[in-house]
Write a protein that binds this ligand. Structure first.
Ligand code: C2E
Ligand code: MG
Ligand code: MG
Ligand code: MG
Length: 292
């Protein structure tokens, strides 16, 4: 066992000391293998109501469970998949699997929830994307409104004319569009006027130093004000402290997502949490009903 681990480390060691390109190539080769071996898994992070702390939905976050490297974070493999085109395959799988997973979440929670899925720029531009979307909705049987597609400002800006057409098609399917990492990309606010956007996700970079940072506070306030007047909902990303949650909640931010209210978790862990919560609710409600 010790020898095995030693060997595995040696491989990593060698890879690290070769040029970054070689390392990427070996990781890339491993990725194709990983798809065949089923090493990619989906984690789910709760998106909660800032006031009630009830789970309203989940963001789907991809993980690579590599047999020797351990958990490879998406920041390492998504850019590679984006370059080699594997993202189309991985993304189609993630979208369909997440939609199916939502049914089990709802079953456990005994109430409607939504699922949010990240769509990479290359996926968004792919000819087959709308077919993939239709297949995921039809196969899972969820209502279009229960699906939120997260795209970045960059995705919209590569080709705004094409983006507008695709967003229109998404809206026809009633799927909602969220702008991910809002405020960090190169973009024009005009797209908020012209495109059918429903949700702004304020990037973690603007939340991290709250409530101390006046500048971040000013930016968050401005975004919340803008969203209110455009009837968009806002999710604060990366909320880690109670103070950050309260700051955003008091200023009208309805939803939060972050380690404070739930880390990304395996599907079975999320199901257990939803069931337990539902059960706790039932137990709490029963005596009240009994006494009228
Ligand atoms: P993102 O879509 O902005 O996802 C939020 C990231 O913030 C996740 O990182 C999540 O684990 C992390 N996060 C959430 N709450 C907190 C917090 O309180 N503190 C801190 N420090 N971090 C928090 P993750 O899972 O490593 O994903 C990174 C990025 O990789 C995602 O950013 C997204 O752009 C991309 N990604 C992940 N899964 C997929 C996928 O299935 N498809 C595509 N195209 N991209 C994905
Ligand atoms: Mg996201
Ligand atoms: Mg984000
Ligand atoms: Mg982000």
């Amino acid at each position: 066992r010790a020898k095995e681990t030693g060997k595995a480390r040696c491989v990593v060691y060698n890879a690290r000391h070769s040029s970054p390109t070689d390392h990427d190539i070996s990781l890339e080769a491993a990725m194709f293998q990983a798809v065949r071996e089923g090493e990619f898994v989906l984690y789910y992070q709760p998106i909660v109501d800032a006031g009630t702390r009830e789970i309203e939905g989940f963001e789907t976050l991809m993980r690579w469970k590599h047999p020797t490297l351990g958990m490879v974070p998406p920041a390492r493999f998504i850019p590679l998949a984006e370059t080699n085109g594997l993202i189309n395959l991985l993304g189609a799988w993630a979208l369909k699997a997440a939609c199916v997973q939502l049914r089990q979440f709802e079953e456990a929670a005994k109430r409607p929830l939504y699922i949010s899925v990240n769509i990479s720029p290359r996926q968004f531009r792919n000819d087959k994307f709308l077919d993939v979307l239709d297949d995921a909705i039809a196969y899972s049987g969820l209502a279009g409104e229960q699906l939120v597609l997260e795209i970045t400002e960059g995705t919209l800006m590569i080709d705004p004319v094409h983006a507008e057409a695709i967003l229109g098609k998404m809206a026809e399917r009633r799927a909602r569009i969220a702008i991910d990492d809002f405020g960090t990309g190169y973009s024009s606010l005009a797209y908020l006027k012209n495109f059918p956007i429903s949700v702004l996700k304020i990037d973690r970079a603007f939340i991290r130093d709250l409530p101390g940072s006046q500048k971040d506070g000013a930016i968050c306030n401005a975004v919340l004000d803008l969203a209110k007047h455009l009837s968009l909902s806002v999710v604060a990303e990366g909320v880690e402290t109670e103070e950050q949650l309260q700051y955003m909640r008091e200023r009208g931010c309805r939803y939060v997502q972050g380690y404070l209210t739930g880390k990304p978790m395996a599907a079975n862990v999320a199901v257990a949490a939803l069931r337990e919560h539902h059960y706790a609710d039932v137990m709490r409600d029963q005596p009240q009903r009994a006494t009228g």
